[in-house]
Design a protein around this ligand. Structure first.
Ligand SMILES: [Zn+2]
Length: 289
């Protein structure tokens, strides 16, 4: 037994006597590997061991960094695959985003969430306001910014999310429930477009929504949501009781988000109205009639 252990220690690079052994050259860079004295595990003696060369340690670190970057890339790709209408979303960035009147606070909030992404943990954003006022563009632009910084981001509309989870029940569906669910839980950021827009939720759908919200909260990961709710609807019991009859889930979601009311108007409507009135969109938005 003792002999076996001694042999093992020798193989691990421990000298078999008290003498300092000849230095061993590194097989990569040829420099002598460092040696150090350590206490023998069973005997009351110090023994020499030959350590790994610096260059080897550096190479291992580099390997780990590459592995980590590779894992991250795969995670980003996996998240992107799940996103709704990818091409549209990729095209939405800050270069082609215009801050319109009433959108200033949501713009600031999104930038603050990008710049403090790590520190904010599970603290997300809920931007609500009129349809077509640029909420989706703003959150997608923020998501793209985070992707460029190496984060995995899923951008999905509520309708798409629920119908894809529903579709996993079909026998020959290529996406499994677990695939979608785990991507939604593990992505660094989940952008949930048209949050709470479903007219009626089945118990099963409520349960899925709960699983995602709960899972992300536990994982300390944020959700950025956009919603066409009006401030009145936002405060109403009806919306609070949509997910459970005590309103617990709703208030829990809200507790994890900075809620911002985007007062900007519907851009499509503004454009159409400006045309009707023969004025520019800016004039229309500034109340020129
Ligand atoms: Zn070396």
């Amino acid at each position: 037994m003792q002999e076996v252990m001694e042999k093992m220690l020798n193989n691990l690079g421990m000298s078999d006597s008290l003498n300092k052994p000849d230095p061993l050259p590194c097989e990569y860079c040829g420099k002598d590997r460092p040696q150090t004295l350590i206490k023998h595990p069973f005997k009351d003696e110090m023994r020499w061991v030959t350590c790994a060369c610096e260059c080897m340690i550096e190479r291992n670190k580099q390997f780990e960094r590459e592995q980590e970057a590779h894992r991250k890339r795969i995670k980003i790709e996996k998240a992107l695959k799940l996103s709704s209408s990818m091409e549209d979303i990729k095209a939405m960035n800050f270069e082609n985003y215009q801050i319109r009147k009433g959108a200033e606070s949501s713009y600031k909030e999104v930038w603050s969430a990008i710049e403090n992404f790590e520190e904010r943990g599970k603290l997300g954003i809920l931007i609500f306001g009129e349809t077509g006022n640029g909420k989706s563009h703003l959150t997608a632009a923020g998501g793209n910014k985070l992707i460029s910084k190496g984060n995995s981001v899923i951008y999905i509309t509520e309708k798409d999310l629920l119908s894809r989870l529903q579709a996993t029940k079909n026998f020959n569906n290529s996406e499994s429930f677990h695939e979608i669910m785990s991507a939604c839980l593990e992505a660094d950021l989940l952008i949930w477009d048209d949050f709470m827009s479903s007219q009626r939720l089945t118990n099963e759908e409520k349960d899925w929504i709960f699983q995602i919200i709960n899972g992300r909260e536990r994982g300390d990961r944020p959700i950025w949501a956009t919603s066409n709710l009006t401030p009145e609807e936002f405060e109403s019991d009806e919306i609070a009781y949509k997910l459970d009859d005590k309103g617990r889930t709703w208030w829990r979601i809200i507790g994890n988000m900075n809620c911002v009311y985007n007062r900007a108007s519907n851009y499509r409507k503004a454009k159409a109205m400006a045309r009707v009135l023969g004025i520019t969109v800016e004039e229309y938005e500034n109340g020129v009639r």
